[in-house]
Design a protein around this ligand. Structure first.
Ligand SMILES: Cc1ncc(COP(=O)(O)O)c(C=O)c1O
Length: 415
């Protein structure tokens, strides 16, 4: 693989290194651009494609950031993050039964950067990374940037969008080195329970795989579901697991860019070294903001938000049950998304356009009903669309009837 760029070619273009050139534009971004273009024209688009909770940043975070600026806490910090934040983060992660020391926690610029470091630290060129599908859109590219290949394991049809340990085991090869888990899952919103998760983790133990466990949505679990942290499943799980999380989703702090990875000391040290040569450290001000969030008593506020989101979740599921051709898949009891199978609308259409894929469905829903959802192709769910129910209740209450009306209008002969 060539990694060098060259001088501009005859057309004046700089040749990209293959690792950069291979990152394709995403269908998600294309739809987002189309939605924004419509909004710019004054169209009342309701955006159900968002990946963040529609709540304001928790108040103590902003206050702590202002104090950081006022006291000129604006210099480089230690590469792994300020010690008090590493301590607070270890305590926060350990509420799920893990036993991380502050020295095993590295603060990063969001969970996404933590994942990038995790892949960079673990993956050799040619390695295979197993992942239950559907999966979050960035994973294949993060794996590829590290020279690895993501190997998705598809759930059986009708299996509630969950894979089994036997399916995972059948996909292990002599090149498999990492099992990547994301629970609660984006995009499906499904939550693997403790028993299911322990079975998946046993595959990693039996084949001596490392585990990257993305638990960024750990706060957002509903109904009877509970969050299980992989590293809390016993010492064999803990010693091979990198736990990724952050403040983005729990505290509505996506723009502050603070995440973390917790891992056995040699891994944490390797990641700290990489961060020291790339980002130096995350923003000092954002670290103070995260510390403000983690050290305040926000339990009542977070619980209020969780219950509000649960109401929106239930309203969305109920409304979609009555929509012809659209079926909620699995039991979405986590994160703030669900996947709806829209293959029941194939062959029907509107305004001269026939739906033959989830991408067609999403495009037509946007142009004819002004509701933006994300087609599932980038998530390895080509017949589904991802619906994010985190928008404010009044917007959700408008969006759901629009989807129903749209589906009722679809005709076999749309000309
Ligand atoms: C599953 C998953 N992991 C990681 C991230 C990244 O989180 P952050 O904003 O903290 O980088 C996201 C954000 O959408 C996500 O959905």
């Amino acid at each position: 693989m060539s990694i060098a760029t060259t001088a501009p070619d005859a057309a004046g273009r700089i040749r990209l290194a293959s690792r950069a050139a291979q990152v394709p534009p995403s269908a998600t971004a294309a739809l987002d651009a189309q939605a924004k273009a419509l909004i710019a024209l004054g169209v009342d688009v309701i955006n159900l494609s968002s990946g963040e909770p529609a709540f304001p940043t928790v108040e103590p975070a902003g206050r702590a950031a202002l104090e950081a600026i006022a006291s000129d806490f604006t210099r480089y910090t230690p590469a792994a993050g300020i010690p008090e934040l590493r301590t607070a983060t270890a305590g926060f992660i350990n509420r799920h039964g893990t036993a991380y020391e502050p020295s095993e926690v590295v603060i990063t610029a969001g969970a996404k950067q933590a994942l990038h470091y995790a892949f960079t630290t673990l993956v050799e060129p040619g390695d295979e990374i197993l992942i239950p599908a559907p999966y979050w859109v960035s994973y294949p590219h993060l794996a590829a940037l590290a020279g690895g290949t993501l190997v998705p394991v598809q759930p059986f049809p009708g299996a509630g969008l969950k894979v089994t340990a036997d399916q995972l085991r059948a996909a292990v090869t002599d090149r498999t080195t990492v099992l990547l888990l994301n629970n609660p899952a984006n995009p499906s919103g499904v939550v693997y329970d403790r028993t299911e998760l322990a079975a998946l983790v046993q595959v990693a133990i039996d084949h001596d795989l490392a585990i990257i466990s993305d638990e960024i949505c750990d706060h957002w679990v509903f109904g009877d579901s509970e969050h299980t942290s992989v590293a809390a499943l016993g010492p064999e799980a803990a010693r091979r697991t990198l736990t990724v999380g952050g403040v983005s989703k729990t505290f509505a702090m996506t723009g502050w860019r603070i995440g973390w990875v917790a891992a056995p000391t040699p891994v944490a040290e390797a990641i700290t070294a990489i961060q020291s040569h790339t980002a130096s450290a995350p923003s000092s001000i954002s670290q103070k903001a995260a510390l403000g969030a983690l050290t305040s008593d926000l339990a009542p506020e977070l619980e209020r938000r969780r219950l509000e989101l649960d109401d929106r979740r239930l309203a969305t599921i109920k409304a979609l049950e009555a929509v012809p051709g659209v079926e909620v898949d699995g039991d979405p009891t986590g994160a703030f998304f669900l996947l709806a199978d829209v293959s029941g609308t194939y062959g029907r259409g509107l305004a001269g356009q026939t739906i033959t894929s989830a991408a067609d469905f999403a495009r037509l829903l946007l142009t004819e009903a002004n509701v933006a959802v994300v087609p599932g192709a980038d998530f390895a769910a080509p017949h589904h669309v991802r619906i994010s129910y985190t928008v404010p209740p009044d917007r959700l209450a408008e969006a759901l009837p629009r989807i129903a009306e749209f589906a009722h209008q679809l005709r076999l002969d749309p000309a």
